[in-house]
Design a protein around this ligand. Structure first.
Ligand code: SF4
Length: 249
């Protein structure tokens, strides 16, 4: 009996979505969006993403604040908001996620790593974050994001150019060649003051840790408070030569 494996065929977990666009089409849409929207207001960028990608679009949020989730709750009510639940978040972060799910017209999807923290400790030893944070971030963030994005052609982030020198060239729309998907950064050009104005105007949930001296918020083992004048992301992986988790590379 010939099996799919015997024929060298790959069996898919689920049928390919017929609405999925080709890589070339997505690349062309990204180029078009980048040209048209380079200086557009965030609301217009959000409307373009929602109308161009429909159900094959999601927002990702770290739940440091919920500005981009809120922006898309207005432009694309019911939109999926993907949250990477590493199992190592501060309770304050989970509180923002739960508030977003309760109060906004969005569908929050908490995506978990393949291994619980306990399973990872058993498999690779305890405190992987202190020994090999790149591997820990891959297992608990990068792989889960790639798994989640399999359902979409495009996704939005809250990346901003003024967050850190590593993000200074963030485009508004781009094609992520490695993921084969369109990445939309509607508030790339916003300053912190513009973020604060949006939060105040719409009463958007914000992580309470900002008031406690944290400039940027990730998993609790890899995040410390920052001091006045410090790069807000200086408190992330402070013991290592590492400033990004790998989600945006
Ligand atoms: Fe692991 Fe730290 Fe990365 Fe979270 S931020 S996934 S704890 S290395």
């Amino acid at each position: 009996v010939l099996t799919a494996a015997g024929l060298g065929l790959v069996t898919l977990d689920k049928p390919v979505d017929p609405a999925r666009r080709s890589r070339a089409t997505l690349e062309a849409l990204a180029a078009e969006g980048a040209a048209q929207l380079a200086d557009a207001p965030a609301e217009e960028i959000a409307r373009w993403a929602a109308s161009t990608f429909g159900d094959r679009f999601c927002v990702t949020s770290s739940m440091a604040d919920a500005v981009v989730a809120h922006l898309f709750s207005r432009a694309a009510p019911g939109v999926d908001v993907v949250f990477l639940d590493t199992g190592l978040h501060f309770p304050e972060t989970l509180k923002v996620r739960d508030t977003v799910a309760r109060t906004m017209n969005v569908n929050v999807r908490s995506i978990r790593p393949r291994m619980t923290v306990g399973q990872q400790d058993g498999e690779l030893g305890p405190r992987l974050f202190a020994r090999n944070p790149d591997e820990c971030c891959y297992l608990r963030k990068v792989e889960p994001l790639e798994r989640a994005l399999a359902d979409y052609d495009a996704w939005a982030t809250g990346l901003r150019r003024d967050e850190s020198p590593t993000r200074a060239n963030t485009p508004v729309v781009t094609f992520d060649a490695r993921k084969g998907k369109v990445k939309v950064n509607p508030i790339a050009a916003w300053t912190q003051a513009e973020v604060d104005r949006y939060i105040a105007r719409w009463n958007v949930p914000v992580n309470e840790l900002f008031k406690k001296g944290y400039g940027s918020i990730g998993c609790w083992p890899c995040t410390r408070r920052t001091t006045a004048g410090e790069d807000p992301r200086a408190g992330r992986w402070a013991m290592f030569d590492k400033t990004e988790c790998g989600l945006h590379q």
